[in-house]
Write a new protein. Structure first.
Length: 122
């Protein structure tokens, strides 16, 4: 197997091309399970090169998203969260929109709350 470059990006193919037509995609794993069937979510590209995210079990599962999924579940419903902007996330069910859970913005907010609580108790 050798790496080749096609119109949808790199893939692995058999080195004896005319006789052997075996080819496999190189999957860019995100590390987030699919909300529909539990498969792995991978990053893919459209014909025009725009990235999108879909389930690795594509013919059997039709989950796709333009926004990048994040591993933290929704704090409200426990559903799939996607990155809306650089530091904000939203739930695919529409229950939550705000800072990324477990992200830097929430850590800073927790530290400020703790400082205020300790300063208020003095």
């Amino acid at each position: 197997m050798v790496y080749r470059l096609g119109r949808f990006g790199r893939f692995m193919a058999c080195s004896g091309f005319p006789e052997c037509r075996n080819a496999k995609p190189i999957l860019n794993l995100i590390g987030v399970p699919c909300p529909k069937d539990g498969g792995e979510i991978v990053q893919k590209k459209t014909k025009r090169g725009r990235p999108f995210y879909g389930c690795a079990n594509f013919p059997n599962c039709d989950f796709t998203s333009w926004e990048r999924p994040i591993p933290e579940p929704c704090p409200v419903c426990g559903g799939l969260m996607v990155q809306a902007k650089a530091r904000t996330a939203k739930c695919t069910n529409g229950d939550y929109t705000g800072p990324i859970p477990g992200g830097r913005a929430q850590q800073v907010a927790r530290e400020e709350e703790q400082e205020l609580a300790t300063a208020g108790s003095r």
